[in-house]
Design a binder for this molecule. Structure first.
Ligand SMILES: [Zn+2]
Length: 595
């Protein structure tokens, strides 16, 4: 089923389609503003020298082959690609920098800043550096314009950045090499432009072996990770308003509009051009007459016009993607898995042979709105910029689509990624969120460890220790509490002191003869011992009395005995409290003195 507006026909009929011949590839000069970006990049002029030759190796490579495979595969997953993409990448690395059963990351004296980044070997292959032997047009840390084909030195010397660059250039049709080492090698060659194109295929088995070892027992991760959303994106209005403000125009009934059914697991965003800069909301909403018949609307969730307005039109599946496929997205299911942005472009030019100017510059405000809207949706989905594709990347082979025209999707993805990363573009006001103030930190809810005693249990423990089991005094202390017994000891010590003082006084009266002193002391000690025994006897007597009383009470009435007992305890408690207060006071005094 044809899925484009009628106006496309005139373009597709006369324009080369397919991955290789797009008029695209904007120079990335967004930091200087969009105005300068609209220049066509000159054809890539990349020369490669002979195969890798190493001057030296470290004892150990920076990473094992399996570690490299895991890093590369993570990049593939983040780009929505699969194991085959990883294998083609690993074949390339194995060919470029494989030696001694390892994969190396060489620096190169002819591009000396490469030495500033982690490396494990040195090469003299032209000015090539890093795992992919990537070499820009001229030497240097970062070069501009068409020389910057492989990115900055840091990118070229860092495995995941370099792999990302490689994968961004891997042809979309690489899936056709699934069981074909030779074809896989050709895809590698198309990126690398090597003088020895046949060498890549020789590393097919090695690449698969390393990857299988690197991902043992793991199911192949789902491309895109844990983000995503299944069902109609009812949140579009909120998400787009936050990103676009008054650039969002909500068309009435948008949230009840679709071609039928509901959206599935939303994969990402697809960018289109309408084929006419003056395309209207009516057509996108209601459908268009095509040579093959009427194509019912809605034709996209949004129409982004050249004035930078984003018209929100539909929530359900729309007739925009049609037949086609993309790695990780599947085949012929784009309408249910992609949010479509139709973008008004280009201007009809009856005076030109094609009826339009294929190099017509897009409206800057429009591109910015496309970028902001795309980034907002991908942010909501939790995906990176790899999840926005052009219709030409999905349907190029199947339908001959070339939209969105001369807009490079690689360049657009880079811009979207900057937006996702929080980059503030020239002239852009960072979104002002009211200062939420300090974020309240909720105290963590502590779960008591197993077998931990509660506060009450601890207090009961202390109570028992002080007052004896059950608060009934310690049998070892003659039924006394700890405090009562301490008081008794204190009183006894005072008594002993007094006795000693008396003995000393007697000694000094009896004369200075040291001989008589010793027996006197012994006698005093004996006396003291006797007193001690007496002291011990006293509580024992008391206890006996109590027991006798209790026995009587028991005989009389059980209840009364209980009452008596309780009363005794209470008195004891009062006493103890009073004594404790005294003890505390003296303690405080002592402390004060010390200070
Ligand atoms: Zn399209």
């Amino acid at each position: 089923m044809p899925t484009e507006l009628q106006t496309y026909a005139s373009y597709t009929a006369n324009t080369s389609v397919g991955g290789a011949t797009y008029v695209d590839d904007w120079i990335d000069v967004a930091e200087r503003g969009f105005g300068a970006a609209w220049q066509l990049r000159p054809q890539r002029a990349r020369t490669r020298g002979d195969l890798m030759s190493f001057l030296s190796f470290s004892n150990q490579p920076l990473f094992t082959r399996e570690e490299i495979a895991r890093k590369v595969h993570a990049v593939s997953i983040s780009r929505g690609l699969d194991e085959l993409a990883t294998v083609i990448t690993l074949m390339t690395i194995a060919t470029e920098v494989g030696a001694n059963g390892q994969w190396w990351c060489p620096w190169n004296q002819k591009d000396p800043s490469s030495k500033n980044y982690p490396h494990d070997s040195e090469s003299d292959d032209g000015r090539s550096v890093g795992y992919f032997q990537q070499q820009n047009g001229s030497a240097g840390e970062t070069v501009g314009g068409s020389d910057n084909w492989w990115g900055s030195m840091q990118s070229r010397m860092t495995i995941d950045h370099a792999a990302d660059t490689f994968l961004s250039r891997l042809a979309n049709e690489y899936g056709s090499a699934r069981d074909n080492a030779g074809l896989a090698g050709e895809f590698a060659q198309r990126v690398q432009g090597s003088a020895f194109p046949d060498r890549y295929a020789q590393h097919w088995d090695e690449a698969w072996d390393v990857l299988r070892r690197a991902l043992p027992g793991q199911p192949t991760p789902t491309p895109g990770g844990n983000g995503g959303f299944t069902g109609d994106p009812v949140w579009l209005e909120d998400v787009l308003r936050e990103a676009l403000g008054d650039r969002l125009v909500v068309e009435p009934g948008w949230n009840e509009r679709g071609t039928g059914g509901t959206m599935g697991d939303i994969w990402g965003v697809m960018i289109h051009h309408t084929g006419n800069i003056n395309e209207t909301v009516d057509h996108i909403r209601d459908g268009v007459q095509q040579p093959s018949g009427f194509l019912p609307g809605p034709l996209a969730q949004c129409l982004i016009t050249s004035d930078g307005k984003c018209h929100l039109i539909a929530v359900g599946p729309c007739n925009h993607a049609g037949i086609g496929s993309y790695p990780g997205l599947g085949t012929n299911n784009g309408n249910r898995r992609l949010i479509g942005f139709e973008c008004c472009w280009p201007t009809p030019r009856p005076d030109l042979p094609l009826g339009y100017d294929p190099q017509e510059q897009w409206s800057t405000t429009q591109i910015i709105a496309m970028r902001d809207a795309t980034a907002a949706v991908l942010k909501k989905l939790g995906y990176g910029s790899a999840r926005v594709i052009g219709h030409k990347e999905y349907a190029g082979a199947a339908q001959g689509k070339w939209d969105p025209g001369n807009l490079s999707m690689d360049w657009f993805r880079t811009e979207v990624q900057k937006d996702l990363d929080g980059f503030v573009f020239p002239g852009e006001q960072p979104v002002q969120h009211p200062d939420p103030g300090p974020v309240p930190v909720n105290p963590p809810i502590l779960q008591p460890p197993p077998n931990e005693r509660s506060d009450r249990q601890l207090l009961e423990d202390i109570w028992d220790q002080l007052r004896g089991p059950g608060g009934n005094g310690w049998s070892q202390l003659g039924g006394k509490t700890v405090v009562d017994y301490l008081v008794e000891i204190g009183e006894f010590a005072t008594y002993l002191h007094r006795q000693l003082d008396e003995l000393r006084a007697m000694q000094s009266v009896s004369g200075p003869n040291g001989q008589s002193g010793a027996p006197a002391k012994k006698a005093a000690a004996k006396k003291v011992a006797a007193k001690k025994v007496a002291a011990k006897k006293t509580p024992a007597k008391k206890t006996a009395t109590t027991v006798a009383k209790r026995t009587v009470a028991k005989r009389t009435a059980g209840t009364r005995a209980v009452a008596q007992k309780t009363g005794a305890n209470k008195t004891g408690a009062k006493k103890t409290a009073a004594k404790r207060a005294v003890t505390k006071k003296s303690g405080a005094k002592m402390t004060a003195k010390k200070t």
